[in-house]
Write a protein that binds this ligand. Structure first.
Ligand code: URA
Length: 484
């Protein structure tokens, strides 16, 4: 038996060096014991450290591994189970003779790796959603914020950039038993684990969170199972609003009665809102916004689907309220999520250029998205765009319908399939239906064309130029229909 001692739980470089040496020395997966730091040795039979064994030089790697494996291994190391180290090595070992192994979801090792990464993603999602900061007095008198959280896995470093982007303007610390993250408005740093006792008890923010939670709690939608799934009991102890949950559940009956007895217009609005709900939506604003401004403000606390959790902020539509054209994209991208405005990233630049060539002034049109939160998959430092699913598009349709009802545009332009689906409520095939006159169930005219990011993805320069010209032609047609 060989032994590998890693410096700490997230010592990926140490794992990689040892794993590479072990593969080159033909050490079988079941001949290695992996341990971390001064962990109690369960390796009585291990003879020597991999690093001590006479091994071939490792500075000239004799084999390469795919980017997909490296990304997977970097994620797996975040899992708390010590079995992740041997699993990573087993996968590495097998990939040399089974290069397509990772595509075989039925393989037990691959299946275990997927189960582990799913659990990590869920944990990251929960941490994004359930960290609650308390205000503390910093020695220099400036406001500072501190939070305590107990993640299932080693995810403090993986979640740090999210909190940095979301709370850029405040100094904060997030303490966990395994590690801590600190942001001083300039630099993100990580440190050792801490104790819950390091977080002060009393503060002004607790009341804020409780009020906020009470305001988004809708007794008409009381679904205890779904709520507990979303906010598992083990997180409750750290959440100020959790203290209200039992009271809210108990009071739900009488609050529902209050809502039903409310004046008739409110009641019918409530009925309409309830009727439009998707089966999975858990909470939503109690009354329908009366103006576009109210809708924009209410969307900030939207919980109609899960996408609010990992996203930085909601990205609502923008443009004059008397706009005659409403453009609908798919969902905000990475840049839009950080900036809080639609179509400001690379697709937005392409869109602006085409609008300009078609003679459409962007400042005169309203631009929004079928889905108002960025859906993505973390990949190392990057966030890869993920297509919203039918449930998410359907859940967000509530906001799109509201935007339409206030704007009453002459023409709605769907940019791509997700926008088409959000507007028409059915799957749309852009190639087949592009340019055909379409109407929504309430008679509103819809014009379907491609999404600007489709043009960005085309690899062939000729195809790109041709498709771009077609897109500009579509926008010209839109201009002449609306403005004459
Ligand atoms: N893509 C979209 O569909 N919308 C945006 O806002 C940005 C990119």
């Amino acid at each position: 038996m060989k032994r590998v001692t890693l410096a700490h739980q997230l010592d990926f470089d140490g794992w990689r060096t040892a794993a590479r040496s072990a593969v080159l020395a033909a050490v079988l997966p079941d001949q290695i014991v992996w341990r971390v730091g001064d962990e109690a040795a369960d390796d009585l039979f291990a003879t020597d450290e991999i690093a001590d064994a006479p091994l071939p030089a490792v500075d000239q790697p004799a084999f390469t591994v795919s980017r997909a494996f490296v990304d997977l291994a970097k994620e797996l190391i975040l899992h708390r189970d010590p079995a992740r180290f041997p699993l990573m090595y087993r996968l590495l070992w097998r990939l040399r003779s089974e290069p397509h192994l990772l595509a075989d979801a039925s393989d037990p090792d691959v299946h275990l790796a997927h189960t582990m990464t799913k659990s990590i993603h869920r944990d990251i999602h929960k941490m994004h959603a359930f960290v609650r900061f308390k205000e503390i007095e910093a020695p220099d008198g400036e406001a500072a914020f501190i939070a305590w959280f107990e993640p299932d896995h080693y995810i403090v470093e993986a979640t740090g950039p999210f909190f940095m982007r979301r709370f850029t303007g405040m100094r904060w610390s997030i303490l966990t038993p395994d590690g801590s993250a600190f942001w001083d408005k300039e630099t993100l740093r990580f440190g050792p684990g801490a104790a819950k006792a390091d977080v002060p008890d009393e503060d002004r923010l607790e009341e804020h969170w409780r009020t906020y939670y009470a305001s988004i709690f809708n007794p008409a939608r009381l679904k205890i199972d779904a709520m507990q799934k979303e906010m598992p009991k083990k997180y409750w102890k750290n959440l100020p609003e959790a203290r209200m949950i039992e009271g809210l559940i108990r009071d739900a009956g009488s609050r529902m009665e209050d809502m039903i007895l409310a004046e008739p217009t409110k009641r019918s609005k409530l009925a309409a809102a309830v009727a439009k709900q998707t089966p999975d939506a858990v909470v939503e604003p109690m009354t329908k916004p009366e103006t576009l401004q109210e809708a924009r403000a209410a969307a900030k606390s939207c919980r109609r689907c899960d996408l609010y959790g990992p996203a930085t902020q909601v990205v609502f539509g923008e443009g004059p309220e008397d706009a005659e054209i409403m453009f609908v994209g798919e969902q905000p991208g990475d840049k839009e999520d950080l900036a809080g405005h639609p179509f400001v990233g690379p697709a937005g630049e392409m869109f602006n250029r085409a609008l300009g060539e078609a003679g459409v002034d962007r400042s005169r049109v309203y631009v929004t998205n079928a889905v108002k939160h960025f859906k993505y998959e973390p990949r190392g430092k990057f966030r890869l765009h993920k297509k919203p699913d039918t449930g998410e598009i359907q859940a967000c349709r509530w906001w799109l319908d509201l935007e339409r009802s206030f704007l009453k545009p002459k023409l709605i332009v769907a940019l791509g399939a997700s926008a088409g689906q959000g507007l028409l409520g059915r799957a749309v095939r852009v190639n087949a239906e592009r340019g055909t006159p379409m109407t929504m169930p309430d008679g509103a005219p819809v014009f379907l064309t491609v999404h600007p990011s489709y043009l960005l993805r085309l690899p062939d320069a000729d195809a790109k130029a041709r498709e771009y010209a077609r897109f500009v032609d579509d926008l010209r047609a839109v201009r002449s229909v609306v403005y004459g």
